[in-house]
Design a protein around this ligand. Sequence first.
Ligand code: ATP
Ligand code: MG
Length: 171
Amino acid sequence: MRLFLALVPPLDLRERLGALADAAHARCGGRRMPDESLHLTLAFLGEVGDEQASELVDWMCRLAVTPGEWRLDAWGHFRRPGIVWVGGQAPDAALGVLHKRLWDALEEFGLAGRPAHFMPHVTLLRRAKRLDASRLPAPDLVWGYNQLDLVQSTIHDRGSRYVSLARSLES
Ligand code: ATP
Ligand code: MG
């Protein structure tokens, strides 16, 4: 199964991210991510076998994440897939530490795929026709987090759908 580790926004933040997605969609077109799919990927694991997946579920249920606050104050885009995202202007030290800690643990599980660079972002649009969101109002959100989800991604007609298989401890 296809798995990744992500922060899932609380409902009020999800609504505000959805409003940014609407604004960006009006300007840039493309496919707007549905509200229930909005997330921050911390580690993409790819295909994982059933046995290893259940070990990861056990690990996630016992994991405690250091609480943090991530400031989202910038638009960005990835040109080739036509992705428009929202994220931080400056690299976020706490998310960098969390990312490193997670990959250290994942490598102990024998998983490969640690990226050379980590650029935290929330994808709002895919296959956007125009990538210029810069004339939209600057985002100004704070994402307070204290839990992480192990998420399964399955492919459907209109893009991927995500289901959380396990959540870390409430810290
Ligand atoms: P789709 O691929 O159907 O357009 P998706 O990209 O949202 O949808 P997945 O490909 O399953 O669904 O990806 C799940 C999450 O992992 C997304 O946040 C995606 O950006 C991220 N991701 C996917 N592939 C990689 C990769 N090779 N490296 C880093 N992150 C990835
Ligand atoms: Mg993908």
